[in-house]
Every structure is written in structure tokens, then in C-alpha cells.
Design a protein around this ligand. Structure first.
Ligand SMILES: Nc1ncnc2c1ncn2[C@@H]1O[C@H](COP(=O)(O)OP(=O)(O)O)[C@@H](O)[C@H]1O
Ligand SMILES: [Mg+2]
Length: 359
């Protein structure tokens, strides 16, 4: 899986960009504010229909324009797709795959598995559980074909239940929703638990290389008491849920926690160690997809050098090179990239929204 060409119009300060990328490494070098992160953000947007930086999409559209447009050519082995995404200031999103309308963001996301590593991405470890659920669910989205519709169902049912909670004093009125909700909740939790278990050895191995000084332990928490039927929890907690106005326990509270030498990583690790652990998780997840499904994901690495000393940069560089994936790396100057010596690469200079290939 690789993006061989990308055309960008009016995405932040990238008003007109047309680039051919290497299927190996692509280095983006430029000063602060030149547009490096915006380029990664545009690739991420094409694969997710949202940004990793702003939740308000209109802020991403170039200040003077009514919309932004992204066109990509994607290649995976012998197959090729042309994909397009346009976002209008009024809010509409148009997705095209091979010229056909009516596609969904999820179709793009299936085509473009990607992992992002940014300085802000430490929230995976020191932010709330939703970041870690998103991490697990990324894996399930790509590994388990039925996951996406079960997940959407789960959220729809929870929303309906929370609305119904406001309107009834009798639990029996909720049992119709709850029977269905419990079924989906068990299924989603089972998939998450299985995936977490399958991924754990890969995470632990990668951590051994990146953070040999620490013993990292991972654990999955489903969001309600272990070994308990979720229907019982819903029934038991009805009064409490009603009082607070939403369903307090369940898969919407699941977490995937990390401990170092028995203590929560966010409490004891340095920022550099947290960054390495985050890199280890994302690499392990990408490589697990490769091992299980023979699909390469794209790695987006923003500000490669930040927080990492020379040895750790070298470790990350070596691992990315071995992944045999398409990688995009940003840096302020070329000397921050000297540990990266891939066989195949292109370097791009980013200057005030203009991007030119320099080798
Ligand atoms: N909607 C927008 N329209 C035009 N320019 C924008 C918009 N949003 C941000 N910018 C500008 O785009 C530039 C690119 O930022 P960024 O990609 O984060 O730079 P870098 O990662 O190279 O430091 C910044 O100067 C920022 O002010
Ligand atoms: Mg940046």
C-alpha cells in the first residue's frame, strides 16, 4: 500500500501541490510554519476523513477558499486506485473512488491503513481511555470485517438508551434496547480482547528493543466487571445511570493500559520514553497488520527528531526501514535525518506552502 501521487488544493497553506512519492521513504524538510505537518495532515485526512490536529474542518480549508480537495493515486501490489476527497466550507464531504461517487470515508480508510507518530500523539499514553480504545479499534477495523458495523450499532444503541433513560422510571421499558445492546457489547468486547491478546507479544517484543531498561506490561479492560453478564450490569445500574443521565459502564469505557515495572507509564516514564513507547505501539500494530493480513500501512512521522536522543532515533529509523512500508518523515533540517539511510527515498523541500523535490 503506497500513495504514488498526491494533488492538494487549498488545504491550509498548501494551495496547489502535485507530488509523486517514493514507495519507500519520503523526507519533508523545511522551516517552522512552512507546511510539513499540513502535508502529513492532508494524507491523514485522505485516510480518515478527519484531521489529527483540528476537530473543526473549516479551519483546515485555506482561509480564502470555499473548499479543499485531495486527489491520490494508491498502489498495492498490482492494483491501483484513484481516490478523491473534497470538503466544503458548508460542511459537505464528497468522496470518490475510481471516479465513482457515493463512497464513504470508511471505504477510503479500508484502502489506506496508516499510523501516525506526532509529538502530540503522547495522548495515546497520557490521555484518556478514548485514545487507547481508538488504537484497538483501528486494528479491529482492519482485521475484522464485521467490526465497523457492530461498532456503529453499539454507538447507535447507546445513544438511544441514554435518551430513553431520561424518559422512563420503569426498567422494563428498557429491556428491549438492552437485550440488543448487551449482544453487541459482548461481541465488540470479545473482538477487542482477542485483538489485544494477539497484539501483546508484538508490543512486548518491540518494547524490549526500544526500552530494554523497562518491563512493559499491557492489559485490556472491557469497561465493566470481568466475567459478568453485561445485561445484568445494565439492569443493576439502571437507577444510577438514570440519575447521571447516561450509561456509565460498558464497552464505551474500555481501556488498554500500559505499566512499566508495575506502575502506570504516564506516571513514571520520561517524555522521551513515552514517545518511544508510543512509536513501539504504532510500529507493532502496523507490523501485526502486515503479518496477519499481508497489508502494509503507511507511516507518517511528524518531527522525527523531537524528544529522542541519537541512539533512540537510530533504533526507530532502523525499525522503519525494516518495515518495508511507505514512510513520510518531517524534519526542520536534513542533519536530523542522518540516521535514516533507506535504499529508496525522495527528499522534498517545503517552503511557504511550496513543495519541491530536491533529489
Ligand atoms: N486554513 C489555513 N489557511 C491558510 N494557512 C493556514 C491555515 N491553517 C494554518 N495555516 C498556516 O499554514 C502554515 C503551515 O503550518 P504547518 O504545516 O504546521 O507547518 P510546519 O509543520 O512546517 O511547521 C502555518 O504558517 C499556518 O499558519
Ligand atoms: Mg509541524
Amino acid at each position: 500500500m503506497a500513495i504514488s501521487r498526491l494533488i492538494i488544493e487549498h488545504f491550509r497553506n498548501l494551495t496547489a501541490v502535485d507530488l509523486e512519492f517514493d514507495h519507500g521513504f519520503n523526507f519533508l524538510v523545511g522551516n517552522n510554519g512552512s507546511g510539513k505537518t499540513s502535508l502529513l495532515e492532508s494524507i491523514f485526512y485522505l485516510g480518515h476523513g478527519r484531521s489529527f490536529k483540528s476537530s473543526v474542518t473549516t479551519r483546515i480549508i485555506n482561509y480564502d477558499q470555499p473548499h479543499f480537495t485531495l486527489h491520490g493515486r494508491i498502489q498495492e501490489q498490482q492494483h491501483q486506485w484513484s481516490v478523491g476527497l473534497q470538503k466544503l466550507r458548508q460542511g459537505n464531504t464528497i468522496v470518490k473512488i475510481n471516479g465513482e461517487d457515493g463512497n464513504k470515508i470508511a471505504d477510503l480508510a479500508h484502502l489506506l491503513p496508516m499510523q501516525i507518530i506526532t509529538p502530540e500523539g503522547l495522548t495515546l499514553l497520557n490521555g484518556g481511555p478514548s485514545y487507547r480504545r481508538a488504537f484497538l479499534d483501528w486494528g479491529l477495523f482492519h482485521h475484522q470485517p464485521a467490526f465497523h458495523s457492530a461498532w456503529s450499532n453499539l454507538h447507535r444503541l447507546l445513544k438511544q438508551r441514554n435518551a430513553a433513560l431520561q424518559q422512563t422510571y420503569d426498567y422494563e421499558h428498557l429491556t428491549v434496547w438492552d437485550d440488543e445492546l448487551a449482544k453487541v457489547a459482548h461481541q465488540v468486547s470479545l473482538w477487542r480482547a482477542e485483538y489485544a491478546q494477539a497484539l501483546s507479544p508484538e508490543i512486548e517484543q518491540t518494547c524490549c528493543r526500544f526500552l530494554p531498561e523497562l518491563e512493559i506490561h499491557v492489559s485490556f479492560h472491557q469497561g465493566w466487571e470481568k466475567e459478568t453478564d453485561y445485561s445484568e450490569i445494565l439492569r443493576k445500574n439502571f437507577e444510577r445511570d438514570k440519575a447521571i443521565g447516561y450509561t456509565m459502564s460498558g464497552p464505551q469505557k474500555a481501556d488498554f493500559r500500559f505499566k512499566a515495572n508495575g506502575l502506570p507509564v504516564e506516571d513514571v516514564l520520561s517524555r522521551g520514553q513515552l514517545k518511544l513507547l508510543m512509536c513501539a505501539l504504532r510500529l507493532a500494530q502496523g507490523e501485526h497488520l502486515m503479518a496477519q493480513k499481508n497489508r502494509h500501512c503507511i507511516f507518517l512521522i511528524d518531527d522525527f527528531a523531537s524528544e529522542l536522543d541519537e541512539t533512540k532515533r537510530a533504533l526507530l529509523a532502523e525499525r522503519l526501514q525494516r518495515s518495508d512500508s511507505q514512510v513520510f518523515v518531517t524534519a526542520i533540517s536534513p542533519d536530523q535525518l542522518y540516521q535514516m539511510q533507506p535504499e529508496r527515498y525522495r527528499t522534498f523541500c517545503v517552503n511557504n506552502g511550496i513543495i519541491t523535490q530536491s533529489n
